[in-house]
Design a protein around this ligand. Structure first.
Ligand code: NDP
Length: 678
C-alpha cells in the first residue's frame, strides 16, 4: 500500500503534501503510513481567506443559526464514525479508545449546539450579566456584551485526540462566529484529515469557516494579530516556545494553552478495602492507566492513598492490570493498544526510567510482556506500569514528570493536610479526583487544592453509578488548569465560547442599550400596544411593546380570602400585632403570590390566541409591602423574543407591579410560548 498523502485544505482547495512533508508511521506495525505537509505554504492566503470570507459569513449568522449549523454537522459526522474508528486503529487506538475520541468530539459539538440555542440569544450580541444602574434617575446604565473577534482562531492540537481535539475547539469558536485554521499533530493527522474531509463534503459550513494545515505551520504565527486567538494543546516546551513569539507578545494575541498535567486521585481516609470507595478508586485508576494507553491529558499520574491502604490498593490495581490484554487494537479482545508512535514510546520509557529512580516498580516490565496479534518490537507497545513512591514528601521527579503513557505512581499519605500538599505538588493540574464518602474530607480538599486545579471530581458510592469518570472532560465543565497545565481554560459551556469574543462594557441610555442588545432594558421606552400583546403573534410583537393595566385595590377581605383558600395563613398576613412587631412590615400585608395573581388577572387577555403556555418566571423580587387599602397597577413589556421550534418561540416579558404612589412593589420576568401564526 502506498503512503497516505495527508492533504491540507487551504482557501477552499485540497492541497497535497509533497516530499518535504513529515512522515507518519503505523503505530501497530511500525510501517510507513503517510506523509503530511509541504514546503512553501502561503500562510497569508490562509489568513486572508479566514478573515475576509469565513469571518464575515459566520458573523452574518445569529448564534442560533450557528448552533443549528453545529447540530447539522454533528449529525452528519455521526454517519461516518465507523470509518474513523477503523482508521484510528493505525494510531494504536482500540475501538473503545476511538469512541472516546470520535463520539466524544461529536457529543461535544451537540452540547454546544444545544447550549447555543438555550443560553445564547437569537441575535449577534451576547449579553454578559445584568444591566448595571450607573445613575440615580436610571437614564444612564451599563451592560457588558460580547461580540465575535474579527480574526482567526488557530487551533494547534495534540496527537492523542485527533477528532475530539479538533471538534472541542471548533465548536465554541464557530458558535462564537470565528473562523478557524486547524493544525493537527502530525502523528495522527490522517485521522483528523478524514474527519475534516467529511466536514467539507457536508457543505454545512460557510466558505472559509475552517481550513486545515497538516505538517508545519510555516510562518503563520508570525502573521497573527490582536483579533486572532491561538488554542494550543501539547507539551509545555512547545507552548513556551510558541507563546514567546515576539509578534504574539507585541500584539497581545490570546494564547489558550492546555499542556502537561500531573493529575492526582486521592482515596479518602474513610475508605477501607471493604468500602465501595476503595473499588471506585481502583476502577478509575485502572481505566485511566489503560484507556488510550494512558495518553490522556487528564489521566491519573499520581494515586494518593492513606498509608494503611498502600498495600491493598497496590495489590488490587496490579491484579487488574495483569489481566489487561495488550495487542492489535483492531482485535475485539484487546483492552490496550499501542502508543501513537515510536517517538512517544521512547519518550514514555525515558520518563518512566526517571520516575523509577525514586520509586520501586510494582508492576509492568517494558522488556517482558505479552501482546496479541502484533509484533511487540515493531509497534509502539508498552505494558501498564505502576510505581510506588514510599516517601512522596522528599520525592521530586514523580511530582514533575509526566510520562504520557500507561504509567502511574502510587504514594501514601498520613493525614488530609499532607494529601492536599501532595496534590498541589503537581504545581497546577487539569483535574484531581477525590474518592470519599466523607463530605468534610471533600470540603477540606477542595478548599486546600482548588487553586491548583481546573476540575475536581468527587466520587463515592452515591454517585458512582452515574459519575462520568475522572478522565472525561465534559463540554459543560471547564477543561484547563493553572500553572503546569498551561493556565488556560477550554469548554465550560458558554465560557468556552467567550474566549473567541471580546467583552465590551457598553454605557448609554436604556433606549440605546435596548437597541444594541435586542433586549428591552429597564427605563427604555415602552410604546403602548394598540392591540393587546396576547392577541398578537410572535412575529407581530416588538421589543418594548407594553400593556398597562389597573389599578386594582387590595382589601383585607382579599387577603383573608386568599389565606384561607390557599392555606397560607402566615402571621404577616393574618395577625396585625405580630406583623407590626416585624421591622419589615407596617402591619398586616398582602401575600406576594396574591399580588402576582392579581397582576395576571389585570394583564391577561382571556380568549384563545397566540399565547400557548406560561412556562415560568425568573427573577421575582418583592420590593415593598402592600397593605390593605393600597391599589396596584401592572405594566407588561416585551423584553426578549427567541425562536424555539418551527411553530413557536419564547417571549420573555418584563412585569412591573407598582402601588398607587408609583412605587415598585414587585418585579419579575415572565416566560410564555407564542405561536408564529394566529
Ligand atoms: P508537542 O508539543 O510537540 O506538539 C503539540 C502540537 O504542537 C502538535 O500539533 C505539533 O505539531 C505542534 N507544534 C510543535 N512545534 C510547533 C511549532 N514550532 N509551531 C507550530 N506548531 C508546533 O506535543 P506532542 O503532541 O508531540 O506531545 C508531546 C508531549 O506533550 C507528550 O508526551 C505529553 O507529555 C505532552 N502532551 C500533553 C497533553 C496535555 O493535554 N496535557 C496532550 C498531548 C501531549 P507536530 O505534531 O507536527 O509537531
Amino acid at each position: 500500500m502506498g503512503l497516505i498523502n495527508v492533504n491540507s485544505f487551504v482557501a477552499g482547495q485540497w492541497v497535497p503534501s509533497d516530499d518535504s512533508g513529515r512522515r507518519i508511521a503505523n503505530a501497530v506495525t511500525g510501517d510507513p503510513l503517510g506523509l503530511a505537509g509541504r514546503a512553501g505554504l502561503d500562510t497569508q492566503v490562509l489568513l486572508d481567506h479566514a478573515r475576509l470570507k469565513g469571518g464575515p459569513a459566520l458573523r452574518a449568522m445569529t448564534f442560533h443559526e450557528r448552533a443549528k449549523m453545529l447540530k447539522a454537522l454533528a449529525l452528519e459526522l455521526s454517519k461516518h464514525k465507523d470509518e474513523l474508528y477503523r482508521l484510528s486503529h493505525t494510531t494504536g487506538a482500540t475501538t473503545p479508545d476511538a469512541r472516546i475520541d470520535v463520539d466524544g468530539g461529536i457529543t461535544t459539538m451537540l452540547v454546544y449546539a444545544s447550549k447555543g440555542r438555550r443560553e445564547m440569544p437569537d441575535g449577534h450580541v451576547y449579553i454578559d450579566g445584568e444591566t448595571e444602574v450607573l445613575s440615580r434617575g436610571g437614564t444612564f446604565v451599563g451592560q457588558h456584551v460580547a461580540t465575535p473577534l474579527k480574526g482567526v482562531a488557530v487551533h494547534i492540537n495534540a496527537f492523542n485526540f485527533p477528532v475530539w481535539g479538533m471538534l472541542e475547539k471548533l465548536s465554541p469558536a464557530l458558535l462564537a462566529g470565528m473562523p478557524a485554521i486547524v493544525k493537527p499533530a502530525t502523528a495522527t493527522c490522517h485521522v483528523t484529515e478524514q474527519c475534516f474531509r467529511r466536514i467539507i463534503a457536508s457543505g454545512i459550513l460557510p466558505e472559509g469557516a475552517v481550513q486545515l494545515v497538516t505538517g508545519g505551520l510555516g510562518d503563520l504565527l508570525d502573521r497573527l494579530d490582536y483579533q486572532d486567538v491561538i488554542g494550543f494543546t501539547g507539551s509545555a516546551a512547545t507552548a513556551l516556545k510558541l507563546r514567546s513569539n515576539p509578534r504574539l507578545i507585541e500584539n497581545s494575541v490570546r494564547f489558550v494553552a492546555e499542556q502537561d498535567s500531573l493529575n492526582a486521585s486521592v482515596l479518602g481516609p474513610d475508605a477501607t478495602p471493604e468500602s465501595p470507595e476503595f473499588d471506585i478508586l481502583v476502577k478509575e485508576a485502572v481505566r485511566e492507566i489503560t484507556a488510550k494507553a494512558g495518553q490522556k491529558c487528564t489521566a491519573i499520574r499520581r494515586i494518593i492513598v492513606p498509608e494503611a491502604m498502600l498495600g491493598p490498593v497496590g495489590d488490587a490495581i496490579a491484579d487488574r492490570l495483569s489481566r489487561i490484554r495488550i495487542g492489535d487494537p483492531a482485535l475485539e479482545t484487546t483492552r490496550m493498544g499501542a502508543l501513537a508512535s515510536a517517538d512517544q514510546k521512547a519518550d514514555v520509557l525515558d520518563k518512566a526510567r526517571r520516575i523509577a529512580s525514586e520509586c520501586r516498580t510494582l508492576t509492568g516490565d517494558p522488556d517482558r510482556f505479552e501482546i496479541d496479534g502484533a509484533d511487540r518490537d515493531r509497534g509502539a507497545f508498552l505494558p501498564p506500569m505502576l510505581f510506588v513512591c514510599d516517601d512522596p514528601d522528599s520525592a521530586e521527579v514523580v511530582h514533575s514528570t509526566e510520562a504520557f503513557g500507561p504509567v502511574s505512581t502510587l504514594m501514601p499519605y498520613r493525614n488530609v493536610d499532607q494529601a492536599a500538599r501532595l496534590m498541589n505538588r503537581g504545581r497546577g493540574s487539569l483535574v484531581a479526583s477525590v474518592i470519599t464518602h466523607d463530605p468534610e474530607v471533600a470540603r477540606t480538599l477542595v478548599l486546600e487544592t482548588g487553586a491548583a486545579h481546573g476540575r475536581i471530581y468527587v466520587n463515592n458510592r452515591d454517585s458512582a453509578g452515574e459519575a462520568t469518570g475522572h478522565g472525561s472532560p465534559l463540554p459543560h465543565m471547564l477543561h484547563g488548569g493553572p500553572g503546569r497545565a498551561g493556565g488556560g481554560e477550554e469548554l465550560g459551556g458558554i465560557r468556552g465560547v467567550l474566549h473567541y469574543m471580546q467583552r465590551t462594557a457598553v454605557q448609554g441610555s436604556p433606549d440605546i442599550l435596548s437597541s444594541i442588545t435586542g433586549t428591552w432594558t429597564k427605563g427604555a421606552s415602552k410604546p403602548k400596544s394598540a392591540a393587546h400583546p396576547f392577541t398578537r403573534t410572535f412575529d407581530e410583537l416588538s421589543i418594548g411593546d407594553t400593556i398597562e393595566a389597573g389599578p386594582r385595590a387590595v382589601t383585607l377581605e382579599d387577603i383573608e380570602h386568599f389565606a384561607h383558600f390557599t392555606g397560607d395563613t402566615f402571621y404577616a398576613h393574618m395577625d396585625e400585632e405580630a406583623a407590626r412587631a416585624n421591622p419589615f412590615f407596617p402591619g398586616r400585608i398582602a401575600h406576594g403570590y396574591l399580588l402576582l395573581s392579581f397582576a395576571a388577572g389585570l394583564f391577561v387577555e382571556p380568549s384563545p390566541g397566540p399565547v400557548l403556555a406560561n412556562t415560568g418566571l425568573d427573577g421575582l423580587r418583592f420590593m415593598k409591602p402592600v397593605s390593605p387599602g393600597d391599589a396596584i397597577s401592572v405594566a407588561l413589556t416585551v423584553k426578549r423574543k427567541t425562536r424555539r421550534t418551527e411553530d413557536y418561540g419564547e417571549v420573555r416579558w418584563h412585569v412591573a407591579v407598582v402601588n398607587q404612589n408609583g412605587e415598585d412593589v414587585a418585579e419579575y420576568e415572565l416566560h410564555t410560548m407564542n405561536a408564529y401564526a394566529a
